[in-house]
Design a binder for this molecule. Structure first.
Ligand SMILES: [Zn+2]
Length: 319
């Protein structure tokens, strides 16, 4: 008899983007299949209901909650209708400084510029004193880009290696510095027009998000690892995001998701002080109903799994 433990699922996108190096997308058909299996085989609860049951010792062992991080527009246009058709609740964590921006999240824009670059590019690019040599031959000489490349597998060509080098240097920058570097890179690479399907939600779209089944949660303002900020800035990212959600989506969020799962004791205290009742990390495990921290709830990153595979994986989760 397989073990069953409650779990929180973490999604980012319900989409089929041309490139997905971080494996953030589940295609709409697969998501529909996952929802169908979950609604038959599991008790899918809202995050608030899950937390309430946890606190009262009444959480069923087959409980599941669904969450989305970042605020991609497909959460509203694709995921919400599928969730509502299935009668399944979900929480969508918004990174509020990105709401309304008319370009992709920086990691997606960088991937499109570098990995899908057709022409050649040669230059040296300096980020925080680190010189990154960009030496990309034209695509014809290099074969087609692998649209199915994932960062958890070894990069196999100059574009993939360059993307990873730039990403990790940019990831360590202060957000304002990163924005500057991204503008410089855009001027260099002159990427083609982005598709609005790959954007974060607009403010008007974020306002349409909350419903009887869909709740909004906080995911900081600028999606930066919070423990790298000094305390005052960290507070602004956490508290400010809660106020932004109220202003943009019209509801005060009850929950928070740490960007990149990055947290420490001080960050957790700030999240509690900001008025959030619970918070999710990205620790890949099931919930232990006897021993849990409401401000450090584990989550399972969902992949392109059939409904059957999802069940198989849920049954093998440890707490
Ligand atoms: Zn995120």
């Amino acid at each position: 008899m397989p073990r069953v433990n409650p779990a929180i699922l973490m999604y980012h996108r319900i989409a089929d983007p041309p490139l997905d190096p971080w494996g953030l997308s589940v295609s709409p058909d697969v998501f529909r299949d996952q929802l169908e299996v979950l609604s038959k085989e599991r008790q899918v609860l809202s995050m608030d209901a899950m937390v309430d049951h946890l606190l009262h010792g009444s959480l069923p062992k087959d409980a599941v909650a669904i969450t989305f991080d970042d605020g991609y527009v497909d959460n509203l246009l694709v995921a919400k209708p599928l969730l509502e058709a299935a009668g399944i609740p979900a929480t969508i964590f918004l990174s509020t400084a990105s709401i309304g921006q008319t370009e992709e999240f920086w990691w997606d824009l960088l991937a499109r510029m570098i990995v899908l670059l057709r022409g050649s590019m040669g230059c040296r690019f300096v980020i925080s004193g680190q010189c990154i040599v960009i030496d990309l031959p034209a695509l014809e000489e290099n074969g087609a880009p692998r649209s199915d490349w994932r960062t958890d597998s070894e990069p196999q060509n100059a574009r993939e290696r360059t993307y990873l080098a730039l990403w990790s240097a940019l990831q360590r920058c202060r957000p304002e510095q990163r924005e500057e570097h991204m503008s410089e890179l855009q001027a260099l690479f002159a990427p083609s027009m982005p598709s609005p399907n790959d954007f974060p939600m607009s403010q008007e779209q974020a306002r349409r998000l909350p419903s009887d089944l869909i709740s909004v949660g906080g995911h900081s303002r600028r999606h930066h690892p919070l423990t790298t900020f000094p305390p005052e800035l960290r507070r602004l990212e956490i508290e400010g995001c809660r106020r932004d959600c109220a202003r943009i989506a019209g509801v005060l969020p009850t929950g928070f998701a740490y960007p990149h799962g990055d947290r420490d004791a001080d960050t957790i205290t700030l999240v509690r002080e900001a008025g959030y009742n619970w918070a999710c990390s990205t620790q890949h495990r099931a919930i232990n109903r006897l021993s849990f921290d409401l401000y450090d709830l584990p989550r399972i990153a969902v992949g392109q799994w059939s409904g059957a595979e999802m069940l198989w994986r849920l049954e093998r989760l440890r707490t």
